[in-house]
Design a protein around this ligand. Structure first.
Ligand code: G3P
Length: 218
């Protein structure tokens, strides 16, 4: 499973890139607002740190303007994935960019039928939002399962399932069991993946016992 981080915070991105476990970055207009920096230079800065796909979202919702914005975004770097909303205009932009060799991430996917459309439009990634579905008492993870199963039926669908709106480690583990290709999570959720109380207590005991041996490896 590929790991993307869902943030526009450059310091967090640098920290995660240093782990060697980071495969890409996703941003959205809300995350850019939170970062409080100019969008285009910020995406460029992120692209300089991470060599994998960096999702940058269009701001407009009409075809003409989205298309122009996409041209600006895809020129930032070859590994920019232009993010478009799952709308008729968004998918039209997706098809054109994909046919032209640009990665597109289709966002705001909440149903299997929408995911089929994204694949037919040639998206590199489709982003189903598990957490936001859970928030309205719908089962976000069952959407992941449905999309993975559907895509497996058609080997000409090259779209990767990018699990988004991830709120906890279980979203990641269950999605991995289902065979989702990618997950994007905030840095706080990625940090939780490392944690287990038995790791903490086990390490503390090993450190204490090692001290008692009076030895040093170095
Ligand atoms: O970037 C898209 C998605 O991951 C947003 O997540 O937490 O705002 O629902 P969230």
């Amino acid at each position: 499973m590929k790991f993307f981080v869902d943030t526009a915070d450059i310091d967090d991105i640098k920290d995660l890139a240093a782990t060697g476990l980071l495969d890409g970055v996703t941003t959205n207009p809300s995350l850019v607002k939170k970062a409080g920096k100019d969008f285009i230079p910020l995406i460029k800065e992120i692209c300089d740190v991470v060599s994998g796909p960096v999702s940058a979202e269009v701001a407009a919702t009409d075809y003409e303007t989205m298309r122009k914005e996409a041209e600006v975004l895809r020129k930032i770097a070859d590994h920019v994935a232009v993010k478009v909303p799952l709308t008729p205009d968004g998918l039209k932009v997706c098809k054109e960019l994909s046919d032209d060799g640009t990665m597109v991430n289709v966002t705001l996917c909440f149903s299997p039928s929408q995911a089929i459309l994204a694949a037919k439009a040639g998206a590199a990634f489709v982003s189903p939002f598990v957490g936001r579905l859970d928030d309205i008492s719908s089962d976000g993870l069952s959407l992941i399962s449905d999309i993975v199963r559907i895509y497996e039926n058609y080997d000409y669908f090259d779209t990767e399932v990018l699990v988004a709106s991830v709120r906890n480690p279980l979203h990641i583990v269950e999605s991995a069991k289902m065979g989702a290709h990618v997950m994007t999570a905030p840095p706080s959720v990625i940090a939780q993946l490392y944690k287990h109380p038995l790791t903490t207590s086990g390490l503390a005991a090993f450190v204490e016992d090692w001290k008692k041996t009076g030895q040093s490896i170095l």
